[in-house]
Design a protein around this ligand. Structure first.
Ligand code: 6PG
Length: 520
């Protein structure tokens, strides 16, 4: 610790927040509103002063000039929350902070950091006796102020000093905080990343529904606002459906047109969805619906290419196919069911990758508890999340299944939970009709169709992967397994095409036994 150099009260504040752009400022205010004394720091002092001037009456703030002052003002163990842009700025703040801290102090990164960075930082700070906690925070600016969903990782021990504070400022769902320690080192940021991957898919399927209702169903944005408002009373009820209705109802003041029609159709992204898709590939979890939603944003951004494509490429669609095959109400209900089923698949994929990552990184992730954190406060909050939580055995913050295992009774895949298997079975006819209609009409539905392909792939008796294995063996001697015998095998494709085992020993075919019905 450095000597005291200023007049800020020493050891008086419960938590320090550095980085006072909107998210940091709102989290700081949220802590203060819950009775905590919050020390404030920002690279430029003006933001600190502005926060105190505008919101000083909301609670107890200690304005500080430097990180040294911020640290001095904190009670022990010191809790310093960093809310700066992910990447190098986080490392820069950590480098300045570390020499000022003592063993047992806690550094919290509440930004959208990549989990590998968090793992690296956690290991580096642990060597110095410091706790580094990567915390996923969801809910946007409003959530940060009024109660976000909070997904803390880091050393479990740090949760004793930090958890109660985070739980207090988090959203509450039926009396339970949307906050719980999720696992060691980067687990918190990983869970938040997957939340964002699901968020991307959820937004994209809503977009696909809108596109179909517009281009095939002929419903204008204002009419669709009513449809989405009605859908919000069904099992689709969620924050994203609710705000979709509001966006679609919005009329542009300048032109009098629906706002959605004057917004450029190019979706931005800061990277968390892309990270989710990449990590899905890394841990071997087929998060195709999530990845498709990221690709859909990328494609939307290729505006120059799209412009040429519009002029150059044929549609191959006849006019008839561009009209809804059923009456409007039936079509709307079909689309609703397709949306629900596709959304469920995206959640199933997100949950599957969490389980795969737990095994890969040695985390003990409880899927029921993680789903419980998303029931309120976050962007994907939805009635469905309570049902998903139940499907994974409910919330139990003391349940820490060994990495790579599920707690007893948890389904291997979310879709296997009886209520979801049933719900999908009911939605299937509509889901298939909608994907078929979209394909015939030339309306792209990458996530609707990819989710359906995942579902069909999961439940297929036989996949063409057998043929792929044959091809791999042909050109690369990669070997294959057989359905009827243990071990790996290779066919001598460029030789006499007999089969050898993994050691290259010719396989002697068992002679067919007399009367064996499987043999000619
Ligand atoms: C949240 C949001 C938040 C966010 C991201 C995603 O959970 O509060 O996910 O983290 O809006 O920045 O934004 P992009 O769509 O720009 O990637």
């Amino acid at each position: 610790m450095t000597e005291q150099t200023t007049t800020v009260p020493v050891g008086a504040a419960d938590i320090g927040v550095t980085g006072l752009a909107v998210m940091g400022a709102n989290l700081a205010r949220n802590f203060a509103r819950h009775g905590y004394t919050v020390a404030l720091h920002n690279r430029s002092r003006a933001r600190t002063d502005q926060l105190v001037a505008e919101h000083g009456d909301e609670g107890a703030f200690v304005a500080t000039e430097t990180l040294a002052e911020l640290v001095q003002s904190l009670a022990v163990p010191r809790r310093v929350l960093i809310m700066v842009k992910a990447g190098a700025p986080v490392d820069a703040v950590i480098d300045q902070l570390v020499p000022l801290l003592d063993e047992g102090d806690i550094v919290i990164d509440a930004g959208n950091s990549h989990y590998e960075d968090t793992r690296r930082r956690e290991a580096a700070l642990a060597e110095k006796g410091l706790h580094f906690v990567g915390v996923g925070v969801s809910g946007g600016e409003e959530g940060a102020l009024h109660g976000p969903a909070i997904m803390p990782g880091g050393p479990e021990k740090s949760y004793e000093a930090l958890g109660p504070m985070l739980e207090k400022i988090s959203a509450q769902f039926e009396g339970e905080p949307c906050c719980a320690w999720v696992g060691t080192d980067g687990a918190g940021h990983y869970v938040k990343m997957v939340h964002n991957g699901i968020e991307y898919a959820d937004m994209q399927v809503i977009g696909e529904a809108y596109d179909l209702l517009r281009r095939v169903g002929g419903l204008e944005p204002a009419e669709q606002a009513e449809v989405f408002t009605a859908w919000n009373q069904t099992d689709l009820a969620s924050y994203l459906i609710e705000i979709t209705a509001e966006v679609l109802a919005q009329v542009d003041a300048a032109t009098g047109r629906p706002l959605v029609d004057v917004i450029v159709d190019e979706a931005g992204q800061k990277g968390t969805g892309r990270w989710t898709a990449i990590s899905g590939l890394d841990v071997g979890s087929p998060v195709a619906a999530i990845a498709e939603s990221v690709f859909a944003r990328s494609l939307s951004s290729q505006r120059a290419v799209r412009e040429v494509a519009r002029e150059t490429l044929a549609a191959g669609v006849d006019e008839e196919a561009q009209r809804a095959p059923q009456d409007t109400d039936t079509f709307v209900e079909d689309v609703r069911q397709a949306l629900f089923a596709s959304k469920l698949v995206a959640y199933a994929q997100g949950m599957d990758m969490l389980a795969a990552a737990a095994e890969e990184y040695g985390w003990s992730l409880d899927l029921g508890t993680i789903a419980s954190l998303w029931r309120d406060g976050c962007i994907i909050r939805a009635d469905l999340l309570d049902v998903i939580m139940q499907a994974f055995g409910g919330r139990d913050t003391s349940r820490h299944p060994a990495p790579g295992t599920r707690a007893p009774g948890q389904p291997l895949n979310l879709l296997f939970a009886p209520e979801f298997a049933q719900a999908i079975a009911e939605a299937l006819p509509a889901w298939r009709r909608v994907v078929g209609t979209a394909v015939a009409a030339g309306v792209p539905v990458p996530v609707f169709s990819s989710a359906l392909a995942y579902y069909d792939g999961l439940r297929a008796d036989r996949l063409p992967a057998a043929l792929v294995q044959g091809q791999r063996d042909y050109f690369g001697a990669h070997t294959y397994l057989r359905v009827d015998r243990e071990g790996s095998f290779h066919t001598l494709w460029s030789g006499d095409r007999t089969e050898v085992d993994g050691e290259g020993v010719p396989v002697v075919m068992p002679q067919p036994t007399e009367g064996d019905p499987t043999q000619d």
